[in-house]
Write a protein that binds this ligand. Structure first.
Ligand SMILES: Cc1cc2nc3c(=O)[nH]c(=O)nc-3n(C[C@H](O)[C@H](O)[C@H](O)COP(=O)(O)OP(=O)(O)OC[C@H]3O[C@@H](n4cnc5c(N)ncnc54)[C@H](O)[C@@H]3O)c2cc1C
Length: 506
């Protein structure tokens, strides 16, 4: 591969303008890194990104991240939509999520068990549309100076100690870092030689829009049959799961009307007739994760780093969490403001979260299976989810309430997302995070704490004064991604505070 002299050398090239690549670009550009995104598709619009196919559930951490960057209010579609889980009623209670298709009910979720959630917290879940989310993120990225070039697929790259030369057919680009956000079939992951380890699929899933001649032949709701499952969410919008070991999805065969009709007839046990197939896409429960997220100057994020079944809707949330975690660390590395080993914590923090999500999806597949054992387990889960503790546990997992990183620190909140503290003038901690800096929130006015934080003027903002509800805390050090790096309920241990500062900032 040749490199072209005298061309712009970007700080970062990102492969893929999906939600993860776009959000990462915004995070990097916030601290003035120069970013080029190369995107394979010429047209950012696609029916698969639009409703109803493009519907995506956002969970607590994603919603907090968007809020902390001033983007939450730009999401509009959820204001027009009802949560699909809420359409179905069970008695007088609303369904607010599911595990393996088994709903948990709002009335059973006891949020008072989540000790550190404040009443003004952002929602725990929200319905969004991929198209809208990508449009908002692309607009923000461009406003921050990110260059997005569409219709250019990355076809190769080569890295040296100093940088990466990236190829798209016969064009070459140079950068200090390359991040693969190019989805489940990531070229960056493949060319970069990343190991992608995991488990093989049990089924091929189909998401389709079709005209059905005799829709009354399909039963309403989610129907489990001896050969699979199907669900008609609205007339003509049918999701099918065919337990074929993932063979069709892996075959790269075209998704024809005849094929979908054969699968639907077999799975539904009817002779239903499809008149026209408008849109169809397939997916599986293949669950794989890159065994490392970094190889030299090349990193992975989002679906490029991990894939799993879309059951329970966690992939986008996982990927946006990667971007929020990686953005400030990579930017600090580029800007010469990273303590030793900072970038490595991207992998050590995010890999375990990804592994948990893969297991969450495997557990769902296990109890959705068609064997008598799977059906028996399914019935037990259904009973558990109808209890208060069961529903509260499942809600916390699905909404990401318990997500935390294993950081050193004596306070139980260390490693968790910061509660949305509100100062007496009405400013919330989320409002203070738009610039992507760390924050020392000092509910008193401790001159020594201020002096220590002031040693990092470009990285840490010092904020003091009482909050309306302090949850027993006295001071909190917050990383740029909203994670608590240090906290104290009483008089500060200044040595511990200094150690926390030195661990995350330079
Ligand atoms: C049916 C379904 C329902 C889902 N529901 C949910 C849900 O409710 N909640 C949730 O959290 N997740 C959900 N997911 C998962 C979620 O959509 C993905 O995890 C998310 O889109 C991943 O984002 P990404 O940016 O990593 O990858 P992608 O969205 O796949 O974007 C990758 C981008 O890279 C581009 N690209 C590919 N190759 C190249 C190349 N060589 N060079 C340059 N560009 C390239 C692609 O064109 C694309 O634009 C669902 C998935 C499916 C299939």
């Amino acid at each position: 591969m040749r490199s072209i002299p005298n061309k712009t050398i970007y700080d970062v090239i990102i492969s893929g303008a999906g939600p993860v690549g776009l959000f990462l670009a915004c995070e990097l550009a916030l601290t003035k890194c120069s970013v080029l995104i190369l995107e394979k598709a010429e047209d950012p619009h696609s029916p698969l990104k639009q409703l109803p196919f493009g519907i995506r559930g956002l969970s607590a951490h994603t919603i907090e991240s968007l809020y902390r960057r001033g983007l939450l209010n730009e999401l509009q579609i959820h204001k027009r939509l009802k949560n699909p889980h809420q359409n179905a009623k069970q008695g007088a209670q609303r369904q607010v999520g599911h595990f393996a298709g088994i709903p948990f009910l709002e009335g059973n979720v006891d949020t008072s068990q989540w000790k550190y959630r404040l009443p003004n917290s952002t929602p725990t879940s929200l319905i969004s549309e991929m198209q809208e989310l990508e449009t908002i993120l692309a607009r923000r990225a461009e406003a921050l100076g990110v260059e997005i070039r569409r219709g250019l697929a990355i076809t190769g790259f080569q890295q040296t100690e100093d940088g990466v030369t990236v190829q798209s057919e016969d064009e070459f680009f140079q950068s200090k870092w390359l991040v693969g956000c190019d989805g489940s079939r990531s070229v960056v992951r493949k060319i970069g030689g990343f190991e992608f380890a995991g488990t093989e699929p049990e089924f091929t899933g189909y998401t389709t829009k079709m005209d059905i001649a005799d829709p009354e032949k399909l039963s309403p709701g989610r129907i489990v049959t001896p050969t699979g499952m199907y669900m008609q969410s609205q007339p003509g919008y049918v999701v099918i799961q065919d337990f074929d070991g993932g063979a069709f999805h892996g075959s790269d065969k075209p998704i024809t009307l005849e094929h979908v009709q054969e699968v639907l007839r077999r799975v539904s046990g009817t002779d239903v007739t499809i008149n026209a197939l408008h849109t169809a896409t397939t997916w599986t429960d293949r669950a794989r994760q890159a065994t490392t997220y970094r190889n030299g100057r090349v990193l992975l994020a989002g679906d490029a780093a991990h894939i799993h079944a879309p059951l329970g809707g966690q992939g986008l949330n996982l990927g946006l969490g990667d971007a929020m975690n990686l953005g400030w660390k990579l930017a600090a590395t580029i800007n010469g403001k990273a303590p030793e080993g900072l970038l490595d914590t991207y992998y050590t923090e995010r890999y375990p979260i990804g592994a948990q999500v893969l297991d969450w999806s495997r557990a769902q597949v296990a109890i959705m299976g068609l064997s008598p054992e799977a059906r028996a387990l399914n019935a037990i889960f259904r009973d558990l989810m109808n209890t208060h503790d069961g529903a509260t546990y499942f809600a916390a997992r699905v909404w990401g309430i318990f997500t935390h990183y294993d950081l050193d620190g004596s306070h139980p909140l260390t490693g968790y997302s910061v509660p949305n503290f509100e100062l007496e003038d009405g400013t919330t901690i989320g409002n203070l995070m738009h610039e992507g800096k760390g924050i020392l929130l000092d509910f008193g006015t401790d001159a020594a704490l201020k002096r220590l934080a002031d040693k990092y003027p470009n990285q840490i903002k010092y904020v003091s004064g009482p909050a309306k509800e302090q949850l027993g805390l006295n001071a909190v050090l917050i990383r740029p991604d909203g994670i608590i790096a240090w906290a104290t309920d009483s008089d500060p241990d200044y040595r511990e505070f200094e150690r926390a500062l030195a661990r995350w900032f330079v």
